[in-house]
Design a protein around this ligand. Sequence first.
Ligand code: PMP
Length: 426
Amino acid sequence: MTRSETLFARAQETIPGGVNSPVRAFKAVGGTPRFISKADGPYIWDADGNRYIDYIQSWGPMVLGHNNDAIRNAVCEAAQNGLSFGAPTEAEVIMAETVKSLVPSMEMVRMVNSGTEATMSAIRLARGYTCKNKILKFEGCYHGHADALLVKAGSGALTLGVPSSPGVPDDYAKHTLTVEFNNIESVKAAFAEHGEDIACIIVEPVAGNMNCIPPVEGFLEGLRTLCDEYGAVLIFDEVMTGFRVAQGGAQQKYGVMPDLTCLGKVIGGGMPVGAFGGKKAILTHIAPTGPVYQAGTLSGNPVAMAAGLAALEQLKDPTLYDSIFENTQVLAEGIRDLAHRSGIDMSINVAGSMFGLFFTDVNRVTNYQQAINCNTEQFNRFYHGMLAQGVYLAPASYEAGFVSKAHTAEIVKDTLAAAEKVFSTM
Ligand code: PMP
């Protein structure tokens, strides 16, 4: 037995499924999850000492690569002064000012501890601000595990939502409308029927939880127009795309400004951090300035702020992204071309440093149905082949891949060499 196998067996005795977040369990691809002992730059090592090129990057946060010197040093330094005060600190002020300076639509910022908290709080704020009940989300978009967001579309196009998890009462789900991503007509229809009671639209401006699906032209613009028309709040969930698809996130890349933005992942430099913010006129409705309640014992934690600030400080250099984006493009195109050379259907999507590989003959994947119709059996074979070659991809075909600054052209070349070997066996 490998050490990962031993640990996985032991973990399952005391941790449900052996993991603290479901996708880590390798359920989609089968096999034993690798228990990780350390990470550095583009690499992670498992408990058996195997090294992998890592394209999960802790599911997005590590845009500078693992074990970044400045982040590690900032954390060690901050920890010398105590771990948590439950009182305001200068670091939180600098964090809010930094976020405001980098993300175009954010005038005020409130820190939280995860992406889930950010979206949950932003939705409460949107509802409190508009005095409306319904929220509109998109099929295949994930916004964390708050009750109102664990909802799938009902059977008809415009039926009210149904819970996608036991434990979510129908009464919560009925206020969540779910329509098709990249289909502005479906959004218009939902507004035509329920517009008077829709508090907000929440959207991943680049969907990263059904593989990687960028917005089609006019989609985000259309959402902005509808929200303006009906007095609904437009929320961009940039937990994944923030500081990743562009320095200022998807809103900067696509030039569409939301009213509220949710952040997570990169903003914490690897520590448990999230944030939401946006227009001052809306943010002042949050307690203590306004009536909408939101709070957190560890929110704005000094060690977490030190990590996040050390990350953002480096990301202030916009040219830093050039090579990351170029390497992402070369990687994704390279894998696709190798697949084609082996007679395997594949199409790719790239948005900044996010990429998606689709085992499909659809030329350009733009929605959830196309994404879930991909060949998962082929993906699983590719996945395990790459793992055996020392490349660590997300263990499910519905996840985006991430490239960091540490993934140099050389690392991309090594990855393509591995992919070539794997395709030759498929
Ligand atoms: N929103 C998006 C777009 C996400 O990708 C995620 C997590 N993958 C979340 C929200 C939830 O963040 P967290 O896991 O930190 O709660």
